[in-house]
Every structure is written in C-alpha cells, then in structure tokens.
Design a protein around this ligand. Structure first.
Ligand code: PHE
Length: 460
C-alpha cells in the first residue's frame, strides 16, 4: 500500500541528491560552532567519548528508523505518522510526534539564525582584513562589541532568516544540491588547513589531549544528557528533518549505507573542528569553557597570523554560512511541507510564515547576549537562548527520537520494516533491529532518568 502512495512533493533526482541534502542538513553550526563550544564547557575527552558512543548506538539506528518512516509515509512528518499509525493499526495520536518536531525545529531555527548571523558579521570582518595581527585580547573585544549591540545582531539575524526563506520558498531541491556538492568538500579542505595551522601552534598535543583523553571526573548526569542531545542535534534527528528528506527518497536506495555515510561525514567534520580550535585555545592561554563565542574568539587569531589569512578567513566564514544555510532549510521543511499539504498554502507563503515565526522568536536570543543577559532575565540560571537550546536539543529531540525508534522497532510489523529498508533478513538487519528495539530506547531512557536524578539512589 505504501509503495503505491502518490508522491506529492516530488523526489530527489538520485541517491546522491538525498545524501547531499541530508549531509547538508547534518553538517552545520552544530559541528563547527557548537561541538567545540560545548566540549570546552563540559571538560573535553570524556564528554567527546560519550558523544561518540551516542552517535553510534543512538544516532545511527534512529537515523535509519527516521528515514524509513519518512520514505514509507511520503508526507510531512505529521501526516506520515498519521498514515503509518493507521496502516499499522495504531493510535492516531502518533501524529503528535510530527507536531513536536515542528515546534522543536522552530525553536532551534530561531537561535540558529542568530548564530549564523554572527558568521555573516565575521565574513565581513575577516574579508576586510580586520583580524590581521590582532592578539587574543583584541579578537575578544571584537566579539564582545558585536554581541553587545542588539541592533547589529538583529540585522544579521534578519538577513540570515531571509536567505533561508528564499531557498525554502523555491523548493528544497533547486540549488541545494549544487551548493552541497561543491561547498562541503571545500569546507573540509578549509578545516584541514586550519588543523595544519594548529599543528604548528605549539599546543597541538595539549589540544588533542583535551579532546581525546577522557577525564571521567568531569562527567556528570547532566553532561551525559548534553552529549546525547548534541548527538541528535548534530545529526538533525528527532524532529522530522531527516524524516521529511527521507519522504522524498526514491526506492532502491540503501537506508543503512546512507545513514552510516552521513553520520561518518558529520563526525569527521566535528572532530576536525575540535582539532583546529583547541590547540589555538591553549596556545593563546584562552579558556576552553569560554562558551558560545569560542570559535569566534579563536579562529580569527589564526586568520590574523597565517599568510593569506584575509582571503582564507573570508572563505572559511562563507563556507560556514553555507553549511548553516543548508541546515536551516531542513529545520523549517517539516512545517512547510505540512502547510502545503493540509492548508493548501503555496510554498512561498508557507516559507514566509514559518520563517517569520522563527524570526520573531529569535529576538529573544538576540537580546540574550546583551539587554537580557542579566540575572533578572534568566530562568533556572539560563538565558532565553540557553533555555530554548536546552529544551529543544536535550529534551525534545531525544524524546522525538525515542518515539521514532519505538514506533519502528515495536509498533510496525516486522515485514513492513524489512520491506521498507529493502534489506534481507540477514545479520545486518538483525543487528539494527535488535539495537533499535533494545539498546537505543533503553539508553535514551536511562540518560533521561539519570538527568532528572531518578537513578541516583540506585547508583550509590
Ligand atoms: N544538524 C544541524 C547542525 O549540526 C542542526 C539541525 C538540527 C538541523 C536539527 C536540522 C535539525 O548544525
């Protein structure tokens, strides 16, 4: 029945188009901005180890489940879940999963765009050669000056949301494919050059040790939750982005191979970013736990000192903006697909509405770095930006992923799952199926329970 479902939004032109779009969604600010910054805040190696385990045991199995649900449903996540629940004789309430994803996507886009705005601002600064010869104090001052000015942040945030709206309005496929095909490899080259620079910074060993030598005393229930949340964030899982991209996926594409490839590419980019940044942090006596400004306070030092740094710095920020762009698009695509399907809106209107909502919510994050940064504007010790990030990344995405893997592992008939994955009932399938049924959901649940302190009495 599902294979004959009419295709509404079109399909990717090939397996590669899907791979590029999904990799474009996964690789973004999460890898280059967020991974180094939260690794720094959470103490390095042990956090990275937990994150890598989460990618393998939770991320990859859930990515396969999410793509398979999408391809079978062929609709926006809300309607996909509604159809699949019907087909499998389950409760219609499963469409709630789609709704939660849409909300999570909007929350994330609202602050994602503010940070992408920083990258836009830095493109101008790097291109103008502002950083040449600057020391770490001067570079820090440039960052402070930017974030303390709400008007400037607002302007860049607005520009980035507009860029996102334009591509989403035109349809995800045109343009995106080309951008990812050529710019992603270039971004990888840029990161390799930066790692090369870091090797000669004098603190490469120290940077690597921070990143890869686990110090388990730095690990707590809350850092484990953050590591898991980031595994979801960086792979774009749990909110329907990968599901909706999967819904445009033609048949006869191996979901297992695609998932492994995407997760591998995403992880390599994140680790390279860490290897470029932490040596610079230690070589310049900066604090690894500096927070969201970390890459903006370290990379310009490299651009200011290396030969050709003006050109190279501008190129780097340009590519970072492209990477953020291809991720931002996927954050609103589930909502846009839903508005087109159910409210019969044109793509242009749907994109305008979705991006306007994210823009408005983004004001809160803009102000989090200046006029609302103080204590009276915080809740549970977190600014508005931190609160949104925490709620969406550490709670909504893992919850969404948990429900996805429970649906695919326990509530769908085994034949449906097997058929959609187009695998034979061999060791590969069995491995995924048992991990998805037993290990992944239990791991997510345990991390949740641990974080709210339920397990504490048992561990004593
Ligand atoms: N994966 C993206 C990144 O790492 C962010 C993202 C999260 C995109 C969730 C879509 C859905 O930058």
């Amino acid at each position: 029945m599902s294979s004959s479902r009419e295709i509404l939004h079109g399909q990717w032109s090939s397996r590669w188009a899907f791979m590029l779009a999904a990799t474009g969604s996964a690789v973004g600010l999460g890898n280059i901005w967020k991974f180094p910054y939260i690794t720094g805040v959470n103490g390095g190696g042990a956090f990275v180890l937990v994150y890598l385990i989460c990618i393998g045991l939770i991320g990859v199995p859930i990515m396969m489940a999410e793509i398979l649900l999408g391809r079978r449903g062929r609709r926006s996540p809300i309607n996909t879940m509604r159809y699949l629940a019907q087909e499998e004789g389950r409760h219609g309430g499963w469409r709630f999963l789609g709704w939660m994803g849409i909300v999570a996507g909007l929350l994330i886009l609202s602050f994602y765009s503010v940070i992408a705005g920083w990258a836009l601002a830095y493109l101008m600064r790097a291109g103008a050669g502002l950083f040449s010869g600057m020391d770490s104090e001067a570079v820090g001052a440039v960052f402070q000056q930017l974030v303390s000015d709400p008007e400037r942040l607002l302007a860049w945030h607005t520009l980035f949301i507009l860029l996102t709206a334009i591509v989403v309005a035109r349809g995800v496929r045109s343009g995106l494919e080309q951008a990812v095909r050529y710019l992603m490899p270039l971004l990888l080259v840029c990161l390799l050059v930066l790692v090369g620079y870091a090797m000669n910074s004098g603190a490469f060993q120290q940077g690597l040790a921070f990143l890869f030598k686990p110090d388990f005393t730095r690990l707590s229930a809350s850092t484990v939750l953050v590591a898991m949340g980031h595994a979801f964030f960086t792979l774009s899982l749990g909110m329907g982005a990968i599901m909706v991209y999967g819904s445009y996926l033609p048949r006869h594409v191996s979901i297992a191979k695609a998932s492994l490839g995407i997760a591998l590419a995403d992880t390599v980019v994140a680790l390279l970013a860490g290897m470029a940044i932490f040596p610079l942090v230690f070589a310049n006596n900066l604090a690894p736990g500096a927070g969201p400004g970390l890459i903006f306070q370290t990379l310009p030092l490299a651009f200011g000192q290396m030969p050709g740094g003006t050109f190279f710095g501008a190129l780097f920020f340009l590519l970072l903006i492209f990477a953020a762009w291809t991720s931002a698009i996927s954050l609103v695509e589930p909502l846009v697909a839903y508005l087109v399907e159910n409210l019969r809106m044109t793509r242009v209107r749907a994109a305008a509405l979705a991006c306007a909502l994210a823009w408005l919510l983004g004001l809160g994050s803009v102000f989090s770095f200046n006029i609302w940064s103080g204590e009276p504007y915080q809740l549970w010790g977190k600014t508005f930006f931190e609160l949104l990030d925490y709620l969406a990344t550490n709670i909504m995405l893992p919850l969404g992923g948990l429900l996805i893997v429970i649906f695919a592992g326990w509530l769908m008939r085994r034949e449906s799952v097997l058929g959609e994955l187009e695998m034979n009932d061999g060791p590969g399938f069995r491995l995924w199926y048992s991990v998805s049924r037993y290990i992944t959901p239990v791991a997510v649940l345990l991390i949740f329970l641990h974080a709210i302190g339920v397990l504490e009495p048992l561990l004593k």
